[in-house]
Design a binder for this molecule. Structure first.
Ligand SMILES: Cc1cc2nc3c(=O)[nH]c(=O)nc-3n(C[C@H](O)[C@H](O)[C@H](O)COP(=O)(O)OP(=O)(O)OC[C@H]3O[C@@H](n4cnc5c(N)ncnc54)[C@H](O)[C@@H]3O)c2cc1C
Length: 416
């Protein structure tokens, strides 16, 4: 039996704690006052505010589903819903993903899209053979869809020039439709089914905070504990006065690994390279809105700063408990003031009334050329010291909750 310290009580740290805690003595440390990390929610006037995103759950991995449902009564504690997402394009609400709902667009626009598809230049290749995200989107969806939707929407959400984003991170995370599938969806008018979140589960009470709270139950968690330094003395780890630990699982930001574990474990040169890994924060405005049945509304219009509205009020009735209408979260990529977001909200549908806001300095990790190799190098160096990187920011992976759980399962096997 090892004594293991886990830094972070987000979904990764909680999952690892649960799995490793079956055979080891595990303690979790988090700077926040409650579990959940990015999935944390607050009650605002009794309405549920997802401080980041909207956090719904599903997985294509049966082992993850089996493990997850071991903690919950799925039928009694959760709702199952079908994703009902739309794109607000040129004033019209179009189905999502756009390429499957071209039939809802104007005839002139569809004609331009078809010209792109029928052009001799349209020769999509294996997605991973493109040098960057921009080239992939342009070649796969044609110039008209790229310029009208894919470029403006993705530039907003990633806050970056799409030609600087490599493709490796995309594998398994976005659907990669081919022309036949796109045309078939349009002609047969098929609903989306291929995406992992096309149907999803959502807790009847307290959304993703309910998930985090349940996973945290009975675990030894030190809240309000910001770990700044971890020292290794005579083969054992000390987190200030807490220790000795045999192993450490780190789910924090990999860019801080050198500062936390010191130069002996992460050489200064590597730490310097880590510092340059890019990420985006999100600013979220929690609002009341007119009722509807849409779960997400994507906003490619470059004149509107927000990139999407997440209608969290449609996920569970209890999310609107303090409101006469429904609630939603307007998500902006970047750091925006409350006043600015309120002004922007006036441009959006639903007669939005702001209730609260949150700024998350790091929400979306960005892959830059070479970032995967860099994180892999740091990870294998730390592993030799018995420090294990896990989670969205430590592994620098575009994980959803289910992928974070899957990674925790794989790590437990690796550490066995
Ligand atoms: C906008 C948005 C929407 C999303 N929507 C969904 C969704 O609908 N469904 C889904 O499945 N996934 C979704 N995700 C992904 C999901 O949020 C992540 O996969 C998951 O929360 C990652 O958990 P984590 O534990 O790896 O990281 P985090 O949640 O970041 O947890 C890390 C924890 O470590 C703590 N910590 C870090 N450093 C230290 C330190 N030095 N000392 C003490 N504590 C420390 C932090 O306080 C934090 O609690 C979304 C993400 C975003 C950004």
């Amino acid at each position: 039996m090892d004594r293991i310290a886990i830094i972070g009580a987000g979904i990764s740290g909680l999952s690892a704690g649960r799995i490793l805690g079956k055979i080891h003595d595990v303690e979790i440390f988090d700077r926040a006052g409650k579990p959940g990390g990015l999935v944390k929610c607050d009650r605002i006037q009794d309405n549920l505010f997802h401080k980041v995103g909207g956090h719904i759950f599903n997985s294509k991995n049966q082992a993850v589903l089996d493990w997850f449902w071991g903690f919950f009564d799925r039928d009694r504690e959760f709702l199952k819903a079908r994703r009902n997402a739309k794109i607000l394009l040129n004033g019209k609400w179009i189905g999502y993903p756009l390429e499957n709902y071209l039939f809802q667009l104007d005839k002139g626009f569809i004609s331009k899209v078809l010209d792109d598809f029928l052009s001799p230049d349209y020769q999509p290749k294996d997605p991973f053979s493109y040098p960057n995200f921009a080239e992939f989107l342009k070649s796969n969806f044609g110039t008209t869809l790229y310029e009208t939707y894919f470029r403006p929407y993705n530039e907003k959400i990633w806050n970056a020039d799409l030609s600087t984003i490599p493709l490796a991170w995309l594998e398994g995370k976005l659907p990669m439709p081919n022309l036949k599938e796109m045309l078939l969806s349009n002609i047969a008018k098929e609903e989306e089914t291929g995406m992992v979140h096309s149907t999803f589960y959502y807790a009847k009470e307290d959304g993703s905070q309910f998930i985090a709270n349940r996973l945290a139950e009975g675990m030894k968690i030190h809240y309000h504990t910001d770990i700044q330094k971890i020292e290794k003395r005579e083969g054992k780890f000390w987190l200030d006065q807490n220790g000795p630990f045999d192993k450490v699982v780190y789910t924090g930001d990999v860019r801080k690994a050198g500062h936390i574990f010191g130069e002996k474990m992460v050489p200064a040169g590597l730490q310097q390279s880590l510092t340059s890994l890019p990420s985006n924060g999100t600013s979220n405005l929690f609002c009341e809105t007119d009722p509807g049945d849409i779960s997400w509304l994507y906003l490619p219009d470059p004149h509107v700063k927000a990139h999407r509205i997440i209608y969290t009020g449609t996920f569970a009735e209890s999310n609107n408990r303090g409101s006469q209408r429904q609630t939603c979260v307007v998500e902006f990529s970047g750091d925006y003031s409350y006043e600015f977001m309120c002004e922007e909200a006036k441009k959006l549908p639903g007669n939005l009334k702001p209730l609260a806001f949150n700024k998350e300095p790091n929400s979306y990790i960005l892959h830059a050329m070479g970032s995967k190799a860099l994180v892999d190098e740091v990870r294998s160096m730390l592993r030799q010291e018995k420090v294990f990187l896990l989670g969205r920011f430590a592994e620098w992976e575009y994980y959803n909750m289910d992928k974070a759980i899957e990674a925790a399962m794989a790590l437990a096997e690796e550490m066995a």
